[in-house]
Design a protein around this ligand. Sequence first.
Ligand code: NAD
Length: 478
Amino acid sequence: MDFPTQLFIDGEWVDAESGGTFDVTDPATGEVVAAVADAGAVDVRRMIDGAAAAQEAWGALPALERAAIMKRAVGLFEERIHDLATLLTREQGKPLEQSIGELRYGIGFIDWFAEEARRVYGMTIPATTTSKRILALKQPLGVTACITPWNFPSLQILRKLGAALAAGCTMIVKPPEQTPLSALEIARVFSDAGLPAGVLQVAPSLDPVPVSQTFMEDARVRMISFTGSTEVGKILMRGAADTVKKVSLELGGHAPFIVFPDADMDHVVREAMSTKLRNMGQTCVSANRLFIHEDVAEEFTRRLTEEFQQLTVGHGLDEASDVGPLIEEAALEKVERHVEDAIAKGGKVLVGGHRAAAGNAFFEPTIIIGADESMQLAQEETFGPVAPIFTFADEDEVVRRANDSDYGLAAYFFTADLNRAIRVAERLDYGTVGVNDASISAVQAPFGGVKESGIGREGGPLGIEEYLEVKYVSVAGL
Ligand code: NAD
């Protein structure tokens, strides 16, 4: 399979100035998939120069012309989706069908924002004298940079890039060191679709720090859009202060999944399976804390256990696999630590609990009952296929426990009571709430977190606003 492995600078594929490369491995086997050029500060400065040179013309291009290029890219993504998904599974591990799903969702952002480009409206505001006019123009921020994580190697880039391009911004992408190949493929698609040189640049790098410092030091980079851990998000927010860059942060989550006794149990079990096991539990919106009302906890646990026992763990390119590998050894160690800690504190493993025999980095889908707030898995993201079951007795109690977290990304709850649905949705301290719904992904919706889960929204009309600046123009002497 042919795929790019060099840096993408000013529309050209080039080696790193240092000549350095780093290996990308298949997490299921440990096999090296490719050696990728390793960008350093010099390469990134060239990218910023190129993006700054391309910015004015790109921002001035009529929205429909920008949209036409984006639409051509959508067509090429669709033509190439099988190869792109195969590469994504090889570098990231998720089952192929999920890689196709990730790409479809990501392409959807390019498509949606291509249409939104023509709806960037400003305002005219009545002035206080007849001789004046007040205008508010919406203009592109300028050069932007994004830093993305490995859990959705394509999606995390496409949803930022769609909004940036539609708004008329240029973007430099720093993909994660584990999964840079999908990012380079995205550049190839846009290049083939006719995106002008310099508008998109891609800087894979083994060491994110010099790349991000180069972004931070350069006042021409007007925004950092980041998805990843809260810890790194805080570093970037501090770094952005020196040149007063805008930040958009999608950080960690710790989603509660609450089941009231009147919920439709067939639906609840289906939703629990998909939100817990998608991407092997390595999503920021994964159900981390399953709060089940004590009247239905036994039924829910029995049914979830039956489902977990049916799962096949294996290589993502094997059609029989439901659950792939975790991204790397450190991720497995964290999951193991959480499970051992839960057992030590009185939790009981009903299914799973160990590394799986399938190969390099696999963990068995695991259910733990008797979970409580003293356990590590109640305090931080597990980022693995572990479902800890907590029980509760009443609504006030569960809302308080669900909100007792520094995170506030996504929360889900299930009930047939309309009044409760509205009441609890309003009380949950989360940026995204699913009511009888744990499948909340939608390109047109404003996804994002509160508290330490982030700042800003991605997707929908609010998503493009992140990349726009308002300019107040006062015209006198009329
Ligand atoms: P991370 O925050 O370490 O990495 C995300 C991106 O930031 C990568 O591109 C990485 O190269 C870059 N990065 C890392 N350190 C940096 C630094 N000091 N300066 C600038 N850039 C830096 O996240 P991770 O290693 O992928 O996973 C660690 C934890 O983050 C996970 O256990 C999970 O809790 C969380 N996470 C959240 C999401 C999400 O979608 N919200 C995704 C992945 C991971």
